[in-house]
Ligand binder design. Structure first.
Ligand SMILES: [Fe+2]
Length: 226
């Protein structure tokens, strides 16, 4: 075994996706608080932003259930019950996400009505609940499952898993997701992640996806903040 084989797998791509969940959820709560009555454009932008995010969370859960968990179980059979718990949490969180989806869908209409205060309060409760469920879930996953991928799965399989995480995403979804994830990486991590992407995707990210990400952020209630 050469020295490279004794290194843990680099699983930062996976945990960076988790950091994105934590960061976007915290930001969303501030965005909802900052939404001004009658600002239908910002409400519409915020609603679309949420839909993109909740879709990405569902995709991530599916990739874990269908792609990562079977591999972890093969290399560490004892983790099976924990992975079943994590998948059960995925189902519960998905149902909470659907409730929040409906509230964000209604926001562009509600924002121009006297019902905004009550609906905003309900939305913030639902959003805070789903945030708490996701934070607990990620903590368990990072404590129990991530180390198994880092230390027990052969490197070629780990690289295949990382590639498969983006399978099934449309170009539009990649355009939304890639700059949003990279926003939570430090400079060195961002360079590492970008170096793993095919050159055409890197180019698209620089010329189209990232500028579009910043333009979209500017239309949210908190405006220019990134
Ligand atoms: Fe995860």
């Amino acid at each position: 075994m050469d020295e490279a084989d004794t290194q843990d797998n680099d699983v930062r791509g996976w945990t960076l996706d988790h950091d994105q969940f934590r960061g976007v959820l915290a930001d969303l709560i501030e965005q909802v608080r900052a939404l001004r009555a009658d600002d239908a454009d910002a409400a519409e932008a915020l609603s679309r932003w949420w839909r993109s995010f909740s879709g990405a969370v569902r995709h991530h859960f599916r990739a874990e259930d269908e792609g990562i968990w079977p591999t972890l179980t093969r290399h560490a059979p004892g983790i099976g019950p924990t992975l079943e718990d994590l998948s059960a949490q995925h189902r519960r969180i998905e149902s909470e996400l659907s409730g929040v989806d409906r509230r964000f869908d209604a926001l562009p209409t509600v924002v121009t009505t006297a019902g905004l205060a009550a609906d905003r309060a309900d939305l913030l409760v639902a959003l805070t609940q789903v945030q708490a469920a996701i934070l607990d879930h990620l903590a368990l996953e990072e404590r129990e499952a991530v180390p198994v991928l880092a230390t027990r799965v052969p490197p070629p399989e780990c690289r295949r898993i990382e590639r498969n995480m983006v399978k099934g995403l449309s170009l539009r979804e990649v355009a939304d997701l890639l700059p949003r994830i990279l926003a939570f990486a430090d400079d060195a991590e961002r360079a590492t992640m970008l170096a793993r992407l095919p050159p055409p995707v890197r180019l698209l990210n620089r010329l189209l996806f990232t500028p579009r990400y910043h333009r979209t952020r500017a239309t949210l209630p908190l405006g220019k903040r990134t």
